[in-house]
Design a protein around this ligand. Structure first.
Ligand code: ATP
Ligand code: MG
Length: 672
């Protein structure tokens, strides 16, 4: 097995004498070191699978790693091995120790729109900007492991002071709902381990070896968790690349890499220098671009994969034109090289850039999947169902109560809910509990009370069934009792209702299918009851979600969500000043992080890279002239070929965006 690795990779896999950091550029096999090391730990070093946890940055990365390890270790029983994101590992620990923190194990996980609504209530405002700012501030505090009291003590201006007060009330509200938010999934385990040494000891004993991918993007809280879990033993392997740190805006701190060297005096550092992913030109472009950033660590990167094609730079007239040119080029390239759709990725800075591409891909009947965009779980119909699941699992989850009680409508009106809300907050109980209180019941009419109690009693009934019956059975009964299909057809156009109902069936089918993502490898969905599935689903809905299962499809992705992945051919669109680098980053002097984003984009490509930018773009309803991204100018000229540039004398190059080539191909096809 180790023969397929180069010498430093092999050294990294075999090194078990203490903490290890593998610091290396893109495509040098860092993730491969992790998968191989898992296999080495189990097969050679005598670790039990359940003693190992590999932590990845995204759900998708976890899935891919599970798959790779599964293949690598065919025939070996790896039940109990954890390959998960920080958040799902946090969930696993929190669920096991919930009672120590005053939570029940079926606590709810709120999504960002739920916490937004709670903040709107606390602040009694609808000012979206203020709410977003507050939400961001609270999240930053949590990621930095700062509690409300510390936040108050630190606040030096009125606005942060106000946010700190809101932070405290927000936390109390979450606790009352028996709910946690996304950031709590990391922060609460750290708190738990600080307060309960026996719990920490237990998890330290359980997880004997930690492996962490994409280490450069951990935040202070995640770093704390790693340090606590590995303890004095310090048995871990972290792999990372400071040039790919792109989550500074979410509190990730690349300084954590440097911090490792001071916190662990015995830290061994191994560097990898051979890139196994990209052609020489692509790698040279990436190296050259990133050389404009100050260096944290010195790294070299080289490739033996041949010079490769020139990197194409297309100046499009408009966004429409850019989308069309990408689609044309892609089809021509696919036809010429006999590739598959799945060999192509179209990457962009912001989610909104996907829409126009989707349109053009649909027009040309090209299959595609979008990742990093609106997740499947964000769809209203799926959130409706999830709200029922959450309420069944945790009746104190007020946001879920409100959604489920009102969708579809079941005679529970706003007045009833307002009364219920008032009573519940006055008595510091949940909405669900308030419904059964005599004090509240005497305040509303008989018919209203009957409808409300019918609903609550129905939820009670499902709670009993949830622990006993298979999840999909309970769910199917639920769907028919609430007449959800009819509700969709009543409230939507028939076409839209059809799509939504198909999504619902897709969701219930997916819940009952085996072998899908879980926090632990081999821990299949089938064995889980509805209550356990609910937390898993809530978590998935906040990570980047699942894609539809189209096996051969062009991948559309934000640059952020493309981290760690590789594609034969990459189209990087919208390479303009104001987009990449992003306008806000230019204004706030954050160019270096944008440059790292460009570096991540370039290094996703194995064989070919197409960069495009628009000369004009609509912004706030007005057409604006645009400038090409400064990062294009940082790529060596000899590795570039420009298209659509009036100053370019190359007659081949002036053929518009491969359109003529496409026309030739069409003509050929017609003749056949
Ligand atoms: P990134 O920084 O983008 O996450 P990485 O350093 O994690 O990249 P990998 O994804 O592990 O790199 O590897 C890049 C590609 O090179 C993969 O296709 C991997 O299988 C291949 N690869 C890595 N090491 C070797 C090797 N020794 N021999 C052959 N192929 C290799
Ligand atoms: Mg990787």
């Amino acid at each position: 097995m180790l023969n397929s690795m180069n010498a430093p990779q092999r050294e990294a896999v075999k090194y078990l004498d203490g903490p290890l950091l593998v610091l290396a550029g893109a495509g040098s096999g860092k993730t491969r070191v992790i998968t191989q090391k898992i296999s080495y730990l189990i097969n050679e070093a005598g670790y039990a699978p359940k003693e190992i946890a590999a932590i990845t940055f995204t759900n998708k990365a976890a899935l891919e790693m599970q798959e790779r390890v599964g293949k690598l270790m065919q025939g070996t029983n790896i039940k109990g091995l954890t390959i998960a994101t920080f958040h799902s590992l946090g969930l696993q620990m929190l669920r096991a120790e919930a009672s120590l923190l005053g939570y029940k194990p079926q606590f709810s996980i709120l999504d960002s729109s739920d916490s937004f609504k709670i903040l709107a209530d606390v602040l009694a405002t609808t000012d979206k900007q203020l709410l977003r700012k507050t939400q961001w501030q609270i999240s930053s505090w949590k990621n930095a492991f700062i509690n409300p009291d510390q936040a108050k003590a630190q606040a030096d201006e009125e606005l942060t002071h106000a946010a700190a007060r809101v932070y405290q009330i927000y936390q109390q509200t979450l606790k009352a709902y028996q709910a946690v938010d996304f950031d709590d999934l990391i922060k609460l385990p750290v708190e738990l381990f600080e307060q309960h040494e026996e719990a920490l000891n237990k998890w330290q004993r359980k997880l004997q070896y930690l492996l962490i991918d994409e280490y450069q993007d951990t935040n202070a809280c995640q770093y704390k968790l790693v340090k606590m879990l590995t303890g004095l033993r310090g048995q871990f392997t972290a792999v990372g690349d400071d040039d790919q740190a792109i989550y500074g805006w979410r509190g990730a701190d690349v300084e954590n890499l440097r911090q490792l060297t001071t916190d662990f005096s015995k830290l061994k550092v191994i560097k990898l220098e051979q890139n196994y992913r990209s052609t020489v030109r692509i790698l040279r472009a990436a190296n050259q671009v990133i050389s404009n950033n100050p260096k944290l660590f010195e790294k070299k990167l080289w490739s033996e994969l041949g010079t490769g094609d020139l990197i194409q730079v297309t100046a499009a007239m408009s966004e429409e034109h850019e989308a069309e040119s990408v689609v044309m080029k892609l089809q021509a390239h696919k036809f010429e090289h006999r590739t598959f759709y799945k060999d192509y990725a179209i990457l962009y800075r912001g989610n909104h850039q996907a829409r126009i591409l989707e349109q053009h891909l649909r027009n040309h009947k090209i299959p595609y999947t979008v990742s990093g965009g609106q997740s499947f779980f964000d769809k209203a119909e799926i959130k409706d169902l999830i709200s029922y699941l959450r309420l069944i699992a945790n009746e104190d989850d007020d946001p879920a109560f409100i959604r489920a009680a009102t969708t579809p409508k079941k005679g529970i009106g706003n007045t009833t809910l307002e009364r219920l809300g008032e009573y519940a907050s006055a008595h510091k109980i949940s909405l669900f509990a308030a419904a059964f209180e005599g004090g509240f019941q005497s305040e509303i009419g008989n018919k209203q009370l009957e409808d409300l109690l019918n609903f609550c009693q129905y939820i009670n009934k499902l709670q009993t069934r949830a622990v006993r019956d298979p999840a999909n059975e309970v769910l199917n009964d639920l769907l028919s009792s609430i007449h959800y299909e009819a509700f969709l057809y009543d409230s939507e156009e028939p076409r839209a209702a059809e799509v939504k109902w198909a999504n619902v069936l897709d969701f219930t089918g997916w819940l009952s299918k085996k072998g899908e993502p879980s926090t632990e490898y081999g821990n299949e969905k089938e064995g889980k009851n509805l209550l356990e599935l609910t937390q898993m689903v809530s978590l998935m809905s906040m990570l980047e979600g699942r894609e539809n299962g189209e096996p051969d499809a062009v991948k559309l992705s934000t640059l952020h969500a493309s981290k760690g992945l590789e594609f034969g051919h990459v189209f990087l669109i919208g390479a303009e000043e104001g987009i990449l680098p992003h306008r806000e980053s230019i204004d706030n002097d954050k160019i270096e992080e944008e440059r790292r984003l460009m570096y991540v984009g370039i290094t996703r490509a194995q064989k070919s890279l197409n960069i495009s930018w628009c000369k004009k773009r609509k912004r706030a309803g007005e057409m604006e002239m645009c400038e090409p991204s400064r990062f294009i100018a940082e790529i060596p000229k000899d590795d570039l070929r420009h298209f659509g540039n009036p100053f370019n004398k190359d007659p081949e190059a002036s053929k518009d965006f491969g359109k003529s080539k496409m026309a030739n191909i069409r003509a050929m096809l017609n003749k056949q």
